[in-house]
Design a protein around this ligand. Sequence first.
Ligand code: SF4
Length: 478
Amino acid sequence: MNETSGGTFVGMPAFPEAARAAVGDATLRANLRHATHTIRDKRARAVAELDDWAELRQAGKEIKDRTLRHLDEHLVRLEEAVTAAGGTVHWAADADEANRIVTALVRATGETEVVKVKSMATQEIGLNEHLEAEGIAAYETDLAELIVQLGDDRPSHILVPAIHRNRGEIRDIFREKMGRWGRPAPEGLSDTPADLAEAARLHLREKFLRARVGISGANFMVAETGTLVVVESEGNGRMCLTLPETLISVVGVEKVVPTWRDLEVFLQTLPRSSTAERMNPYTSMWTGTSDGDGPSAFHLVLLDNGRTDALADEVGRQALRCIRCSACLNVCPVYERASGHAYGSVYPGPIGAILTPQLRGTVSEIDASLPYASSLCGACYEVCPVAIDIPEVLVHLRERVAAEGGKGHRLERAAIKASSWVLDHPTALATGERIASATRALHPKRLPGPGARQWSEHRNLPELPAEPFRDWWKKNRR
Ligand code: SF4
C-alpha cells in the first residue's frame, strides 16, 4: 500500500476512527506492548552507557539545523561529488516524478525484477505499487518488510514494520505465501525465530543471486565526498548494494550531512536509539562506482515531495532533523495502543503525526486529525536523539488545522470563545457556578453530543462541590 493511490493511506478515516479497531484488538495490543517495552528498555540501557549522550544529542540537532539552513548549497555539493565519482543524480519534485524516473531507469536495463533494501522514502512514494503496475516486480529483502509484503499488509513501525505480528502469524504467512513469490517455506515450518529466519534466508538468497537491479534509500549522504550510507542489521542491504549491476537510491533531500565529521555523531546516536546497539552490524558506504567492485551503474534520485514546504515553516521544519530511529514510537502511549496503521502513513507514531501533515498538507481528514493523535506528554521529545520538540510542532500544527477551519474543530473554537466570554464576565461566572452546584445531582455522567460523548467515554467527569469556592470563601474566610 502507498501514500497516494486509491484505497490506500490517504483515503483512510481520521485517526480516532482508524485507531478504534486497534484499541479493541487485545492480541495486537499485547504484541505492541511487549515489543515497544522491550526495545525502549534496551535503548535506555544503551544510551546510559555514554557519558556524553546529552552533548551528542545537542551536536546532532545543531548539525541538522545548520545543514537545513544551507540545504541548497549542500545538495549541489553532493551532486558534484556523486557525479565526479561516476554516479548520476536525478532531482524529483514529488512522488510521481520519482516513480517515473526509477521506472525508466529499470526499464533501460531490460530487467523486470528488482531487489530492495528497506527504505522509507520508496514506501512514501509508493514505488513498489508503481513498479508493479509497470510490470516490474520489486522484492523486499529486509525480514520484516518481507513479512509485510508477503502478508499483503502495511508497515506499522519505522524500524520493525511487522511489529504488529507475532511468531505464529509470521509462520502462517510464510507457509501460505512464500511459494507464490519464489522458493516456498520448508515443510513443517515451526514458529521458532531460527526456523523463520532460515526460511527467509533461503527464500531471499535466490533473489539476491538473480537480481541485476537493486533499489535502496540511504540513512545519510555525505556531501563532501558524495558518499551514501546505509545502516542495517541483517546483511540483506549489503547484498542488494553490492551484487546487482545497477543500483538506484531514492533519498529524501534532508538526509544530506556536510562532512564525515558530522556523520560520526549520527553513527553513534542512531544505532543506540533504534536497535539499542553500540554500532550497527552492517554499515555500508559507497561513493559512485568502482571498476570491478559493486554495481557498475549508480543513480541517486533526490526526493523533495513536500520537504521544502516543511522547510519553509519555522516551527515545523525541525521534523526534517529526523534520522528515523523510531525511539519516539516506542515510548508513545498513544502509538502503543493505536498501532501504526491508524496514522495512515508509512510514518507512524509521534514523528508521523508531525511529518505526514507537513509532507502532504492538512487537507485530508486523516492528515488534519494527526496533530491531535497525542496526549502531549513529551516522552517523544525526551528520547529523540536530535531533540525534535514534537509536542511544540503538534500544537503548532493544531493551530494550522484550526485556522484552516478543519472539520470538527469549529466546535472547539466555539467552546473556547464561549469560555473566554464567561471568564471575562465575573458575575456571569459566579451565577453559572451556583447553578451548576445547585443542580449537581442531575448532571449526567457522560457529556452529550458527538465529540463530547467520545471524550467522556474514557474519562471521569469531575465532581462539582456542593457550593462554589467563592461562596465558601466568603462564609469561612471573611
Ligand atoms: S523524531 Fe526523533 S525519536 Fe522519532 S524517529 Fe525521528 S529522530 Fe527518532
